[in-house]
Design a protein around this ligand. Structure first.
Ligand code: PAF
Length: 280
């Protein structure tokens, strides 16, 4: 059965207040729509662990540092609702823009440190937009648990820190990246890739895996990273923004994989910016 689509905070609150009164555990899966199997795996995890599941769909203008990217972001609400119908969730919250940013909205939530590198460096202001909207969605949904994909690993860390620092009573749960059979991490942006672009994009995971394997054998990161950048360009990527090895807990840069680490890469193919990360 299809879940109700709610556009007003007051309507959402009517539901969540009732659910809390009955001591039900509420999950939120925040999304910007254009749902794919990666999002649906979060919905599955939420369904398995909670009594009530809310999926939010809001293309958040404040997290786009590029107007073209915002304009091109796929908006597929009807299809998204159809996909969600199979999961028996309890509400789809598609807030009217002024439910999130009412006239005169003047607050920014900004997480220091974690946001200075990688996505924060290449997309100025991006994480302020993410932290601000996610704080609002946490408070609006009054959820007990929130589910995020590890595909956006840095985002997951930022959101976790934000919730902890602001004492928002919510558990932030990270779920593994879902991949195409080619290894390409699922992303709403993949919809914008041509057939050739998809082939190029899939090479990223292969190159990252090879680098991760070499790191496991004890090789130092720096030379491997230079080679990986060359390999990405040879595979057809137009531009590589970064290939970095960082501590999985703190995101500090590492020269060797001598503790739980994560390998991150961001590169452009077919005019689309693609990010990925894998555990090492
Ligand atoms: O990962 C996303 O889709 C977005 O950054 C999020 C968490 C829904 C905030 O707009």
């Amino acid at each position: 059965m299809s879940a109700p689509i709610l556009r007003k905070l007051a309507d959402l609150r009517t539901l969540t207040t009732d659910w809390h009164r009955k001591d039900e555990v509420i999950a939120v899966v925040p999304t910007m729509g254009a749902l794919h199997q990666g999002h649906l795996s979060l919905v599955e995890a939420a369904k398995a662990g909670c009594d009530r599941v809310i999926v939010t769909i809001f293309v958040n203008p404040k997290q786009f540092n590029n107007a073209e990217d915002l304009a091109n972001y796929p908006r597929t609400e009807l299809k998204d609702a159809e996909k969600l119908a199979a999961y028996g969730i309890d509400a789809i919250y598609v807030p009217d823009p002024d439910e999130i940013y009412p006239k005169g909205f003047a607050t920014t939530v900004s997480v220091a440190g974690l946001t200075n590198v990688m996505e924060g460096e290449f997309r100025p202001g991006h994480f302020d937009g993410v932290a601000t909207v996610v704080a609002k969605l946490f408070l609006q949904t009054q959820a007990d648990r929130a589910y995020f994909g590890e595909k956006d690993y840095q985002q997951l860390m930022v959101v976790r820190r934000m919730a902890r620092d602001l004492d928002i009573p919510i558990e932030v749960i990270g779920c593994p990246t879902v991949r195409e059979p080619s290894g390409l991490a699922m992303s709403s942006r993949n919809q914008r890739l041509s057939a050739d672009g998809l082939q190029v994009a899939a090479e990223k995971h292969r190159i990252m895996r090879a680098l991760a394997d070499a790191l496991k054998d004890g090789a130092p990161f720096d030379a491997l990273a230079v080679q990986a950048q060359t390999d990405l360009l040879t595979a057809g990527f137009a531009q590589v923004e970064y290939v970095q090895l960082r501590c999985a807990d703190t995101l500090e840069p590492l020269t060797h994989a001598d503790r739980p680490a994560r390998l991150f890469a961001a590169a452009w193919a077919d005019g689309v910016r693609l990010i990925d990360n894998i555990p090492v």
